[in-house]
Design a protein around this ligand. Sequence first.
Ligand SMILES: [Zn+2]
Ligand SMILES: [Zn+2]
Length: 270
Amino acid sequence: MSDRERTSFPVLRSDDVCSLIQAAEDVYQIRFKNRAANAYLVRGSRRTILIDVGLSSNLAHLEASLAFVGCGLDDIDMLVLSHEHLDHIGAAFHFHGRTIIAAHRLAANKIMLRDDFSMLRKMFNEPNVPIDIDLWLEEGNLIDLGNFRLTVMYTPGHTSACISLFDPDKGLLFASDTLMPGGVMGGIFGSGCISDYIQSLERLKGLNAKILLSGHGRLSDAPQDDVRIALQRSHALLSDTAQLFDALDARANFEPIMQSVRDLNKLDDG
Ligand SMILES: [Zn+2]
Ligand SMILES: [Zn+2]
């Protein structure tokens, strides 16, 4: 934890499992000390939402943290999932029937089809239970909480299905695994793509964000610095990847695909 964070963002409650940190008025970060991603509580004047929920095993601790600021699980009007990875959404099934669960349509599709490979189920050793998405989100949707208005931004790269939420009036940027404090890269997973990642970072750079609320790690009050570093690193990764691709003779990997296309062509000729 940096000195800057200690002064900027008060830690309201902390035990050996998680901490509750105030990011802004009525905005709280729940930071778990295991592999679970951060969860965020945003209490608007008309609606209250959670952004991500962490692993299924952390639910009791999430509940205790919310209770500390007088919020019960049944006070949550909507749970927004940033993408399909189970460290962010493992506990979501506990909210079935209690609240609306929302995710980008590409994440919703993977989650509803129980695409364990995309969700990294083995990696996080989560129970094999369905998570139902009630609301399929798109770029440009607006989540109106009264005094908070969060715009849904489609920011692919880490996976094909990542969203960020931005409140332009308050300068709050919930960027999940797309932008992290210190410009740490979230990694490129199966459905992701480095050049999509770069474009998403360029979009976040253009926002006048004041506080960065990421999927992992501390809060940041210097999102412009974070995004500048992340862009440098992602460009470096792109050129490393290009060199690697050049060094490997990847033709053998594409041969079965090319062969099946050639077979199709032959059929057409016949
Ligand atoms: Zn992720
Ligand atoms: Zn993550």
